[in-house]
Design a protein around this ligand. Structure first.
Ligand code: SF4
Length: 294
């Protein structure tokens, strides 16, 4: 099955049809519709554990993770346990820039000096490269994971990566996820029992107090709430960049060669390049948002 960004009526129809369906029913449909062109992402959080268990039952071929090289040892151990227990061969997706080269190019601890750019290098770009040959990807996003995720649809068009995005747990709650993990006695990250409701990279994750938001321990002390792989709308872009897209695009010099490397733009807050008459721009000032402009 092939979808386009303009298939809004089709997405509406699917979202209505599957509004009350179980995640397994949604995943089964996804496998039937996209076959080997479907890939499931996981960051080894509780939602990911549920989805992996379901994936092992309905036959999702590709399950991948974005390995920043900066996970907690507990996360890597959970990966190995899940691989053995659920018989999953994970696909490891990494940045082309090693941590050593990142330090040479951008200085030590880029996550402290410019966490948006660090996430862009270690997560957003590798994801974009990995998904370019796929038709759909599955994520564990849920509406109850905070304001930025409250309008998560089950089926949508991912304009940042140019493919269908499927969130089979969009309508589930945290309680339902943990209920599933307990019923099936599935493994999970032990850090969740030590005050870490949300676990990301080691340098950017801390434990939270009982009265704090579940994501308060991610990039604590910064405005940043998301790594960037789930941001893409015009409004998010405008909020992130504080300049109009036209202004940014007009500031990108079209090079003689059809494709150049990313160039720093707009007072250093943007990156962009031209390719075959299209401008590709990225905000790194507050939140990294990828946007493709005709
Ligand atoms: S979460 Fe932190 S360490 Fe991980 S890629 Fe983003 S900024 Fe870098």
């Amino acid at each position: 099955m092939t979808f386009k960004a303009s298939d809004t009526a089709l997405f509406d129809e699917l979202n209505q049809r599957f509004a009350d369906s179980s995640p397994r029913e949604i995943l089964t449909f996804a496998v039937e519709a996209f076959g080997n062109d479907l890939a499931m992402a996981t960051g080894f959080g509780p939602s990911g554990v549920v989805l992996m268990h379901l994936a092992s039952k309905v036959g999702v071929e590709t399950i991948f993770y974005l390995d920043t090289g900066l996970f907690f040892p507990e996360t890597y151990r959970l990966r190995d346990t899940l691989s053995e227990q659920l018989q999953i061969q994970f696909t490891r997706v990494t940045s082309e820039l090693s941590l050593e080269d990142q330090e040479v190019e951008h200085g030590p601890s880029l996550w402290k000096t410019n966490s948006d750019h660090c996430c862009f290098i270690r997560k957003v770009l590798p994801l974009r490269n990995f998904l370019k040959d796929k038709k759909a990807w599955v994520t564990g996003l849920r509406r109850d994971q905070g304001r930025s995720r409250a309008s998560t649809e089950i089926f949508s068009w991912d304009s940042a990566n140019n493919l269908v995005k499927i969130n089979p747990l969009a309508h589930w709650t945290s309680d339902e996820v943990w209920g599933y993990i307990n019923i099936y006695d599935l493994p999970y990250n032990p850090l969740h029992d030590q005050g870490y409701p949300s676990v990301g990279c080691m340098p950017c994750t801390r434990a939270v107090a009982a009265d704090e938001d579940v994501r308060a321990g991610r990039w604590a002390g910064q405005q940043k709430m998301e790594c960037g792989i789930h941001l893409q709308s015009d409004s998010e872009f405008a909020t992130a960049s504080f300049v109009s897209l036209d202004t940014v695009v007009a500031s990108i010099p079209e090079p003689e060669a059809p494709r150049t490397s990313w160039q720093q733009l707009w007072r250093g807050n943007m990156w962009g390049y031209w390719d075959a008459g299209r401008a590709y721009v990225e905000s790194i000032s507050t939140r990294p948002v990828y946007r493709k402009v005709a």
